[in-house]
Design a binder for this molecule. Structure first.
Ligand code: AKG
Length: 195
């Protein structure tokens, strides 16, 4: 299983709003994505020392236009994560975490991102932890295996912080989950506009 929780109640409250699909893409599809992404990423340097950043040890990019193979993968991600006709953020967010990199607990901006976050994990397994913002005793951990897709919706996205654990803290159900360099490819929808 890919999900652990601090209590059955937390699990119940997140029912339907967290999902991990192990093996969502094939090794070949992972390679297709990497071939497109590596040349651009390699030109950038990992950022380590912005003390106010939510992310430590990363480089990132956004991509609007993709080759045919990657486009097909992204279409599958979107079909899985978003209702038909949803307004999606055009550019896909690509986040490359160094093996020593990690993402601190945060909630994505409600101004810029909608109700759903869907991410593919390339190159490494990792552990994502969600902690309830107004009661930190409530948490769940998701095992994000290499080539899996995770989806956070609604309550999981708005009421819980999410983070990606650093290698030294990366374990799931008592088992070490080695964190190597990890690239995530993240699709989002737009907020419903409030006037
Ligand atoms: C974010 O972009 O808000 C993330 O936390 C990214 C998580 C990931 O790398 O999958």
């Amino acid at each position: 299983r890919w999900l652990r929780a601090s209590s059955p109640g937390v699990l119940e409250s997140l029912r339907g709003s967290v999902e991990v699909r192990a093996g969502f893409i094939s090794e070949e599809e992972e390679l297709d994505l990497l071939k497109e992404l590596e040349p651009g990423l390699k030109k950038k340097r990992y950022e380590f020392d912005h003390w106010d950043d939510a992310i430590h040890g990363y480089r990132e990019t956004e991509r609007l236009h993709w080759g045919a193979a990657a486009q097909a993968v992204l279409a599958r991600v979107r079909a899985q994560a978003f209702a038909e006709g949803s307004q999606l953020l055009g550019p896909v967010h690509v986040l490359d975490l160094d093996e020593s990199g990690y993402i601190k607990p945060h909630i994505d901006s409600v101004k810029f991102c909608g109700s759903t976050i869907a991410g593919l994990s390339l190159l490494s397994d990792s552990v994502m932890r969600l902690v309830r913002e107004n009661n930190t005793a409530d948490w769940v951990e998701l095992l994000l295996t290499r080539r899996s897709l995770y989806i956070l919706r609604d309550g999981a996205r708005f009421n819980f912080t999410h983070e990606i654990l650093k290698d030294a803290e990366s374990s799931f159900a008592g088992q070490k989950v080695a964190r190597q360099r990890r690239i995530s490819v993240i699709c989002r929808n737009l907020p419903t506009s409030v006037k």
